[in-house]
Design a protein around this ligand. Sequence first.
Ligand code: ZN
Length: 358
Amino acid sequence: MSNRPVTDYATSILSAQGWSTREVSYVDEAGIEKVNLIASPPGQDIADCAVDLAFLCHTDTVPYAKDWSQALQPVLQGEMLHGCGACDVKGFLACLLTVAESKDARWIDGLRILLTADEEVGCIGSKRLIGSSNLRPRRLIVGEPTSLRAARAGKGYCLAGIVIHGREAHSALPAQGVSAIYAAARLVSALEELGQQLSTETHSFFEPPFTTLNVGTINGGSAKNIIPGRADLLVEWRSIPGLSPERIPTAILTMLERLPTQYSGSRGTLDILRQQAGFETAADSPLVKRVERVTGLPAVSIAFGSEASAWSTVADEVVVFGPGDMRSAHSERECVSIPELNTAVQAIRNMMQARFDI
Ligand SMILES: [Zn+2]
């Protein structure tokens, strides 16, 4: 589906308050129009690239289960508002629009609101926006549910497919075949060793404090009496900031080069399916200090992937921040606390209206 209804709704609220908006749209792989939206407060030139502080919010959600009848009808239970996208991340969007509606506001110079498409399928909208515009915010707050903490670091997320090729033959005649499964077993052992090696390189701000590596699936063979000709593996790793993005792919390629000598006749190929680096903003950076001060809460790291990784390549300081707890997201339990929404509105209003004292 197009996200246009969401960006049109946001545009109507922002325009009514005198904000300027600019659409950076594209057509996705399925031929559907997707919209990224840039907004600047009254009196600020939207074409001006000297952006000091931007607030970014994605406009998509993950799909919801068919039997979740109230997914699109927010329900209040006690202090919690339930619904699809409540914390990931429509709650933060509502906070941004609420602050934009502030009467008699004096906005800081170089302020922007950025709304993006297709975050949940690989941060595609953000990557498009970075690639197709000259938008280079010095400081960026990415809305995601962090229970109002300034998340200043996150692990990367990478996924790769490995195919091991052997040669099929009748199992009664092993000399005529090459078992892709026996070859894959050598590779899996080498991957386990790599994981152990990575666990010795630590970053104390994370729990667990090292890069984790997982062989998530292995599929191979076609019948009990056929020597397997092919085995497929899915390997993912979540890297600590600072780990070179080439480190693990290079290690796996070296293992694959060695495979024919370890298990004669076999060979393997590697296909990187996703590669998102980690990010880290210094603990003493003005943005981290500012979010800590307005919320009264210490900075944390996050275990989930976000648009912060892509933007940290162009922005000086990036913090992930927002109401709600990611543990309820992507499920029928998704909810956001009304008091946290109110606190977020105050924190965002504070940051949008008072300059950093540096
Ligand atoms: Zn999200």
